[in-house]
Design a protein. Structure first.
Ligand SMILES: Nc1ncnc2c1ncn2[C@@H]1O[C@H](COP(=O)(O)OP(=O)(O)OP(=O)(O)O)[C@@H](O)[C@H]1O
Ligand SMILES: [Mg+2]
Length: 254
């Protein structure tokens, strides 16, 4: 579904992505792991058009996404969550999820003036869709709450509900369980598995190895902007290059 070819991105002459290549299969959870600063978020930012890579291709459904604007990429069906939450704190939980449906709202001001009943119907449909997604995340009862009244774990779920609400073809999750307790993490694991069974394709950036090993079909490992391994979770666990990348980093940090 998605093919990354020789992707490179430099910041001030330092490579954040250095010739990364891998592909993502439809209906799978592909985990993207690697030590801090490996380039994982940079990769998500290039796929979503927030950053333009210096070289390489991002082929989605046979077309290169490089150079396309973020809203166009979102319209093609790629959504994401952020490593640091990006939500509207003073708006309701429901409004935050509705934001995920703006990719589907094509109406111009003129259309809004001319086809008001149709739009109202559409708005009702959107609200229903957002409520259904909130229900899936166990938050329908708090739809009218201001976002700020929710716990951190609940906010993470709202972001995920926003990412999944528009029936995207691919969801990029940047550390969905970071900062969550074990019970919340287990809840997210179950939800991600349910969403996978429902046919969703995901790229999961995560430091929680237990979660990665448990729910992903394929694991891609980045280290200093390079792809050092792509394999099944079982093979990754014992891959000497991967162990060296993690232990080496820990050793240097210590
Ligand atoms: N906007 C930017 N300007 C300059 N340097 C950047 C920028 N974004 C990322 N970098 C650098 O690129 C490298 C990769 O960063 P990135 O955020 O992609 O890592 P990461 O794998 O997501 O790390 P983490 O696990 O800590 O989230 C780092 O050295 C980082 O300092
Ligand atoms: Mg990151």
């Amino acid at each position: 579904m998605l093919e990354i070819n020789a992707l490179a991105k430099n910041f001030g002459g330092l490579p954040a992505l250095d010739g990364v290549s891998f592909s993502l299969a439809q209906g799978h959870i592909t985990a993207l792991i690697g030590p801090n600063g490996a380039g994982k978020t940079t990769l998500i930012n290039t796929i979503t058009g927030v950053l333009t890579p210096d070289r390489g291709e991002i082929i989605f459904d046979g077309q290169d996404l490089v150079g396309r604007k973020p809203h166009e990429i979102a319209r093609r069906g790629i959504s994401r969550t952020f490593q640091n939450l990006r939500l509207l704190p003073t708006h309701s939980v429901l409004d935050n999820v509705l934001c995920g449906l703006t990719v589907k709202a094509t109406s111009s001001f003129a259309a809004a003036m001319l086809r008001l009943p149709g739009l109202r119907h559409r708005e009702r449909l959107f609200r229903l869709q957002a409520l259904e997604m909130l229900d899936r995340f166990g938050l329908a009862g708090k739809a009218a709450w201001p976002l700020a009244a929710l716990s951190y774990g609940e906010k993470k779920k709202v972001e995920m509900a926003r990412a999944f609400v528009a029936e995207p073809r691919l969801v990029l999750l940047d550390e969905p369980v970071a900062g969550l307790n074990p019970a919340e993490t287990a809840g997210i694991a179950v939800l991600l598995q349910q969403l996978r069974r429902a046919g969703h394709t995901m790229l999961l950036v995560e430091h929680d190895m237990e979660l990665v090993m448990r729910i992903s079909d394929q694991v891609v490992v980045l280290d200093s902007g390079r792809c050092i391994a792509r394999s099944t979770p079982d093979e990754i666990r014992t891959n000497p290059l991967v162990l060296e990348a993690y232990l080496g980093k820990t050793g240097r940090a210590a």
